[in-house]
Write a protein that binds this ligand. Structure first.
Ligand code: UD1
Ligand code: CA
Length: 458
């Protein structure tokens, strides 16, 4: 089969009005990747020679996403949205030099797998002129129904045009249709719009092909792989399937999760073997966790690299540019952004570390804040190796602290500190012997006076 040339055409011009969104439907994300990206990834794995995507007018953001994801892609604009057959014909140029297998897929069917695509191509390789991928479902509402006779497909009936008896059919059209390259254009151009919606339905290609004595077959996939998204509820159903697939893949990759159902992944999350992930952890885009690290409960990570054997959380937040070196520790209620935490360094409690670099084995005390922003620009804090920053210190950037520095707790540090220096940046403590008792007496008298309603003691 691999010698057969393969041209997929992905239809993505629809507005998806039922999503109630300003964004084209296929830009809505699953696992932080626009749904069309999932379709393009599956096509990439299926060795598509080139891909044609049909978009709507003024969908520049979508065009950019598509061209960034797939190098060998051509975008075609469907100016009026007159239905799925009309959309496919917007990519007529791509079909002029037809591949052996032309597959038309919908951009709103993001969970499609390489296997499902392979099933349709196998049917074409076996001699079908048209092969439609169907699925059995308990909820056929809204899908086109496949009217079959054995494996032969007679017609596809859209919900709005179906009789009551046809609506009871539970074998539905996934939207993925394969055509022998030589017949596709002729079939598409024969489709009319004589139906309830007045649209040019791609699905009518089946009945037209049957009338021409072509070999038209229905093959099947699981509902999970081919469910379409027309509503936000369906988007969330697909997200759940995607998350389940990521959890299984992560567990199979040698990662321990105590409560996998409470861990959320992005499409590009990389977790190496022997990592432990505690419950309720969220991975945003672009996170890599190296071998042996521990991500403790309720942590949120995005754009972060966690080195081997590092510990994160519980309740930690790693934002883009957080780079934790081997064996470092970022503890509870600590936020790290665009900062390097050196080998074995610790930021264990209640800190904000932003635009900073912390040298190996340094210890950042509880409540330390890097003041990186002055309302206009961001500034860097550099802390050398083996330094100790006392609790509740305020480090006002731009700032450089050397190696082996010791900052006393509660300091506000604004000036550069040289290696091995001790810094105390706070007002000096004053002790007044015996004055505590006098103070208490005064406070008590004031309180008594207030409660008795007199002026006495003031
Ligand atoms: C379609 C199928 C239905 C199938 C279902 C599977 C038709 C007529 N119906 O219905 O048989 O069961 O998908 O999910 O094909 N699009 C365009 N231009 C258009 C219209 C649509 O590009 O003018 C694109 C949309 O962006 C979408 C895809 O085609 O990605 C499908 O369109 P949609 O309106 O969602 O079709 P369904 O009603 O779901
Ligand atoms: Ca749809």
């Amino acid at each position: 089969m691999s010698e057969r040339s393969f041209l997929p055409i992905v239809l993505a011009a629809g507005l998806g009005t039922r999503m109630q969104s300003e964004m084209p439907k296929v830009m809505h994300e699953i696992g932080h990747l626009p749904m069309i990206g999932h379709v393009l990834n599956s096509l990439k794995m299926s060795n598509a020679d080139r891909v044609a995507v049909v978009i709507g007018p003024q969908m520049d953001a979508l065009e950019k996403v598509v061209t960034d994801l797939s190098p060998n892609v051509s975008c075609h604009v469907q100016t009026d949205r007159l239905g799925t057959a009309h959309a496919a014909l917007a990519a007529r140029d791509a079909m002029l030099d037809p591949a052996d297998d032309v597959l038309i897929l919908y951009g709103d069917t993001p969970l499609v797998t390489r296997e499902a695509i392979g099933t349709v191509r196998a049917a074409l390789a076996d001699g079908a002129d048209v092969a439609v991928l169907g699925f059995e479902t308990k909820k056929p509402y809204g899908y086109g129904r496949l009217l079959t006779d054995g494996g032969q497909l007679l017609a596809i009936r859209e919900e709005k045009d179906a009789t009551d008896a046809e609506r009871r059919i539970t074998f539905c059209n996934s939207g993925i249709m394969g055509f022998r390259g030589k017949v596709v254009l002729e079939l598409l151009t024969s489709i009319g719009n004589d139906n309830k919606k007045g649209e040019f339905y791609l699905t009518d290609a089946a009945e037209i092909a049957v009338a021409r004595n072509l070999n038209v077959v229905a093959v099947s996939a699981s509902e999970e792989d081919v469910q379409g998204i027309n509503t936000r509820a369906q988007l969330s159903t697909c997200e759940a399937v995607f998350q389940r697939r990521m959890r299984i893949q992560t567990l199979e990759g040698g990662v321990t999760m105590q409560a996998p159902d409470t861990v959320y992944f992005s499409h590009d999350t990389v977790i190496e073997p022997d990592v432990l992930i505690e419950p309720n952890v969220v991975f945003g885009p672009d996170v890599h966790v190296e071998r042996g690290a521990v991500i403790r409960a309720f942590s949120h990570l995005e754009g972060a690299h966690v080195g081997s054997s590092a510990t994160v959380g519980p309740y930690a937040r790693l934002r883009p540019g957080a780079r934790l070196s081997e064996g470092s520790r970022v503890g509870n209620f600590v936020e790290v952004k665009n900062s390097e935490i050196g080998v074995g360094a610790k930021v264990n409690h209640l800190s904000y570390i932003g635009d900073a670099s912390i040298g190996a084995k340094s210890n950042i005390g509880a409540g330390t804040i890097t003041c990186n922003y002055d309302g206009f620009g961001k500034h860097k804090t550099d802390i050398g190796a083996g330094s100790f920053i006392g609790s509740n210190s305020t480090l006002v950037a731009p700032l450089t602290l050397g190696n082996g520095v010791f900052v006393a707790a509660g300091s506000v540090v604004t000036e550069q500190v040289s290696d091995n220096a001790l810094v105390i940046g706070r007002s000096q403590q004053v002790e007044k012997t015996g004055r505590a008792e006098a103070l208490r007496t005064r406070f008590k008298a004031a309180k008594d006076a207030k409660s008795s309603g007199t002026e006495r003691g003031k």
